[in-house]
Write a protein that binds this ligand. Structure first.
Ligand code: SF4
Length: 400
């Protein structure tokens, strides 16, 4: 059940019980204003609802309000999160336009300062956040964990006869760092619904165990992501495994995929991965879904794959218009199948489906609409005709 308290991040709601929000982060130096603006727009167009940018020096902090204005002038009201390490308290204080322009501050308790300065620096950031009514993410990362918390728990473990493994103590230190900093922020005056917690690690079993603990031991909204997930398939599979298990259990209110891109690969791929995970889990649809069989020796696989790709390309091309004219089109289910074995059955389960003629079958492609066979296509232009039928289906069934 959604609570009546939530964090309003520049108009995007984050809270337990509210729709899961997809986030991403730019990779360009923030002071490179045009590059950063373009990257934010690319991420927003891909479906990112919040974008985090690095604010690591004065030039970056000065650039923030300029970036915000440029985005608005190009029609983008996407909320921006400032990512601070080490000097966030100074930058937010010195450049008040930066503090005002950002919609959320992300801080890392492991590096808000050291020794006695630590609490003072954190206090300063929380006070600025309270003044401007900005939510905060307390983002612990095991690559930059507060050493004092870890050392103290390790010492306690040694004193009690090493009842816990080092890995268990490390997980406990991550959880303790997140929760103790969050309750300190509350003590200074930031309401609990304005605090979002993340505790990122790069191993899937550890991440799952840590987030389960955070979920049951607190009421804070949780930002979930597998940090430094890695390259290629490894990054995609690990992120999907971790996020799916947690999200299916209702754990996670905002998500991010931290993939290491290959040179030339767009950063927006991580946004697409988050959207695909949510859609696969049936949590939130962002575009029509296509069920397609893999094809096999029974089918003319080249033609079959071309048809599936043509339908996918058509959706990509039409999506920005469809989204505006027919917002519910994201729930459309399409089947593109290779032969009579599973083709008609799968097509009947979809809203609209086509089953191509497999090898040795009659050269006919039945089209099913809402479970009934409505057309039979044949000849050289099956793909073109099916796309036309699909377009009409959307117009007739998804107009308000
Ligand atoms: Fe092969 Fe037909 Fe099954 Fe597709 S539906 S995988 S073509 S048997």
């Amino acid at each position: 059940m959604p609570t009546n308290k939530y964090a309003d991040v520049g108009g995007v709601i984050i809270g337990r019980g509210y729709p899961i929000v997809v986030q991403s982060m730019t990779s360009s130096p923030t002071q490179n204003i045009e590059q950063t603006v373009n990257e934010i727009i690319e991420l927003a167009d891909a479906g990112s609802e919040i974008v985090r940018i690095t604010v690591n020096n004065i030039k970056a902090a000065i650039a923030v309000p300029i970036i915000k204005d440029k985005l608005i002038s190009r029609g983008y009201k996407i909320p921006l999160v400032g990512c601070f390490h080490y000097n966030g308290h100074q930058l937010l204080k010195q450049i008040s336009d930066c503090a005002k322009s950002l919609d959320k501050y992300r801080i890392n308790p492991g590096n808000v300062g050291f020794g006695n300065n630590r609490d003072k620096n954190l206090e300063q950031i929380i006070e600025i956040a309270s003044y401007y009514k900005k939510p905060i993410r307390i983002g612990v990362n095991w690559g930059s964990l507060d050493k004092t918390v870890l050392d103290s728990l390790m010492k306690k473990n040694a004193e009690t006869g090493y009842k816990k493994s080092d890995q268990e103590v490390l997980r406990e230190a991550i959880i303790t760092s997140a929760l103790s900093n969050a309750s300190y922020a509350e003590k200074i005056g930031l309401p609990s619904h304005m605090i979002i917690i993340s505790a990122k690690v790069s191993r899937v079993p550890d991440l799952i165990s840590i987030y389960r603990e955070l979920y049951f031991r607190s009421n804070y909204a949780l930002h979930v992501g597998l940090t430094e997930a890695g390259l290629g398939n490894k990054g995609i599979v690990s992120t999907t495994a971790a996020l799916s298990i947690l999200l299916k259990d209702g754990i996670g209110n905002t998500i991010r995929a931290s993939l290491t891109q290959s040179p030339g690969e767009p950063r927006s791929n991580e946004v697409q991965l988050c959207l695909d995970i949510l859609q696969s889990l049936g949590l939130r649809n962002s575009r029509p879904s296509i069920t397609a069989c893999p094809g096999c020796g029974r089918t003319n696989s080249d033609y079959f794959r071309k048809l599936a790709q043509t339908v996918e390309d058509m959706i990509t091309e039409k999506m920005s218009i469809w989204r505006q004219k027919y917002p519910k089109v994201v729930d459309l289910r399409i089947a593109v199948m290779g032969c009579i074995v599973n083709g008609p059955g799968e097509s009947k389960h979809a809203d609209i489906g086509i089953s191509l003629p497999g090898d040795g079958e009659y050269p006919l492609a039945p089209v099913f609409i809402n479970g009934k066979k409505c057309y039979t296509l044949r000849g050289d232009n099956i793909a073109g005709e099916f796309c036309k039928i699909l377009d009409n289906y959307v117009e007739n069934n998804f107009s308000n």
